[in-house]
Design a protein around this ligand. Structure first.
Ligand code: KG4
Ligand code: ZN
Length: 369
C-alpha cells in the first residue's frame, strides 16, 4: 500500500536479571503489535537467599533461554525465517545472564541470516509505554526499578537527557531492603505494597531525604536505615508491620511526587505539544505511587502514561520493541547488525551525564535496571 512502511517482525530476548523472557512483536508505521510474550521468572530459585544471586541467575538463564525462545516462536506461529531481526538485552545487568541472552540472540540471528540488534535494557524500559499506549516523543520519563531511579527527558529514539537521579539506592532496592529488614521475603516491592494497604501511613515519622533541596536528585539509603531503626524499636506486631510498610511507602511516594512535580514544571515538550509523563520500571507497578503521580500530572495538565503491570517489571516485549524501533530508524549497523557489540554491565542512557557524574549511575548489582 502506498505510504505504508514495511512491517518489521522482531524476536526480543531479555535475560539481564531474574526473568528469562522472549517475545515476538510486529512494528508497522510506529504501531506495535505484540504477537507472543513469554516471561519465566526465577523467583523460586532466588527466594531462599532474599535476593538475586548472579551465579544462580546465569545458570537458570542458560537452562531456560532456548525453551523460552522456542515457546515464544511457537506461540507466534512463526519460524526464524519469518523474522526481520533478533534483539537481545546486551546490558546493563548481571553479566552472566546478559551473555546468555545475547549469545542466544546472536546465534539465532546468524543461523537465520538476520540482523542482530543489541538493546540497552534501560531503553527497553524507556520505550515500554509505547507498547500499547499512544505515546509519541517527546516525554518526561521517571525510570524506577531495582537498579535505577532517574528522571530523563526522552526527545526521540536514542535521545536521552538525564535531569536527576538517586545519589545512592534505587527505589526498588529500598523496597527490597525494607522487605528484607522486616522479614517479608523477596521481591520486596509487591510484599511491602500488600502490607501497606492495611496500614497507617502517618504512624511512623520517616525522613524524606533531599526533599527540600532544589533540583531532581534523590536519596533513599537513609530512609531504608530509618526503617531498620524503627523496626528495632517497635514491637513486631502485624499491625505495626503494616504501619511501617505504609509509612515507608508514603515517604517514597512523597519524594517521587514532589520531584515529579518539579520535573514537570521544568519540562518543555515544545510548541503545541501535550505534556506527557511516563513512569516505567518495576516500581511503576506500585498502585499508590502510580496514583500519586497521576495526581501530580493532573495538577499541571500533563498526561501520565504507565505500561500495564506486566510490562513494568522485566519483560522481552519492551526489548523487541526497542529492537524494532532501532531497526526501523536505521540505527543498526550493517546487514549482520550489532554482532560486534559486546555485553555491557554498565550502559547509561545519557552517556555524557554519566561521564560527568558517574556516582549517579551506580546501583545495586552493577548498573542493573
Ligand atoms: O524493572 P525491574 O523488573 O527489574 C530490575 O530491577 O531490573 O524492577 C524490579 C524492582 C524490584 O526492586 C521490585 O521490588 C520492584 O521493582 N517492584 C515494586 C513493585 N513490583 C516490583 N516496587 C514497589 N511496588 C511494587 N508493586
Ligand atoms: Zn529492568
Amino acid at each position: 500500500m502506498p505510504g505504508m512502511s514495511k512491517a518489521l517482525t522482531i524476536l526480543g530476548i531479555e535475560t539481564s536479571c531474574d526473568e528469562t523472557a522472549a517475545a515476538v512483536l510486529r512494528l508497522q508505521d510506529g504501531c506495535a503489535e505484540l504477537i507472543s510474550d513469554v516471561i519465566r521468572t526465577q523467583l523460586e530459585e532466588h527466594a531462599p537467599y532474599l535476593g538475586v544471586v548472579p551465579e544462580i541467575a546465569a545458570r537458570a538463564h542458560a537452562e531456560l533461554a532456548d525453551l523460552t525462545v522456542k515457546t515464544a516462536m511457537h506461540e507466534a506461529g512463526l519460524s526464524y525465517a519469518d523474522l526481520d531481526g533478533v534483539a537481545a538485552t546486551s546490558g546493563p545487568g548481571l553479566i552472566g545472564g546478559v551473555l546468555v541472552g545475547m549469545m542466544t540472540g546472536k546465534a539465532i540471528a546468524q543461523a537465520a541470516g538476520k540482523p542482530f540488534i543489541a538493546v540497552n535494557h534501560l531503553e527497553g524500559h524507556a520505550l515500554s509505554p509505547r507498547l500499547g499506549n499512544d505515546c509519541p516523543f517527546p516525554y518526561l520519563l521517571l525510570l524506577v526499578s531495582g537498579g535505577h531511579c532517574q528522571f530523563l527527558e526522552v526527545r526521540g529514539l536514542g535521545e536521552y537527557r538525564r535531569l536527576g537521579s538517586t545519589i545512592d539506592d534505587a527505589v526498588g532496592e529500598a523496597f527490597d531492603k525494607t522487605a528484607k529488614t522486616l522479614g517479608l521475603g523477596f521481591p520486596g516491592g509487591p510484599a511491602v505494597e500488600r502490607l501497606a494497604e492495611g496500614g497507617n501511613a502517618e504512624a511512623f515519622d520517616l525522613p524524606r531525604p533531599l526533599l527540600n533541596r532544589p533540583g531532581l536528585d534523590m536519596s533513599f539509603a537513609g530512609l531504608k536505615t530509618a526503617v531498620a531503626r524503627a523496626a528495632e524499636d517497635a514491637p513486631q506486631t502485624e499491625d505495626r508491620l503494616r504501619d511501617l510498610c505504609a509509612s515507608f511507602q508514603k515517604a517514597v511516594t512523597d519524594v517521587l511526587a514532589v520531584k515529579a512535580g518539579r520535573a514537570l514544571e521544568a519540562f518543555e515538550p515544545g510548541e503545541g505539544q501535550e505534556k506527557r509523563f511516563v513512569v516505567a520500571g518495576g516500581v511503576a507497578a506500585n498502585k499508590a505511587i502510580r496514583a500519586a503521580l497521576e495526581h501530580v500530572a493532573a495538577e499541571v495538565g500533563a498526561r501520565l502514561i504507565a505500561p500495564p503491570l506486566r510490562h513494568c517489571t522485566d519483560n522481552a516485549a519492551m526489548i523487541a520493541l526497542a529492537g524494532a524501533e532501532r531497526l526501523a530508524a536505521g540505527l543498526v549497523s550493517g546487514e549482520a547488525g550489532d554482532l560486534g557489540t559486546g555485553a555491557r554491565p554498565r550502559w547509561p542512557l545519557d552517556e555524557a551525564a554519566a561521564k560527568a557524574s558517574p556516582v549517579y549511575e551506580t546501583g545495586r548489582r552493577g548498573a542493573k535496571a
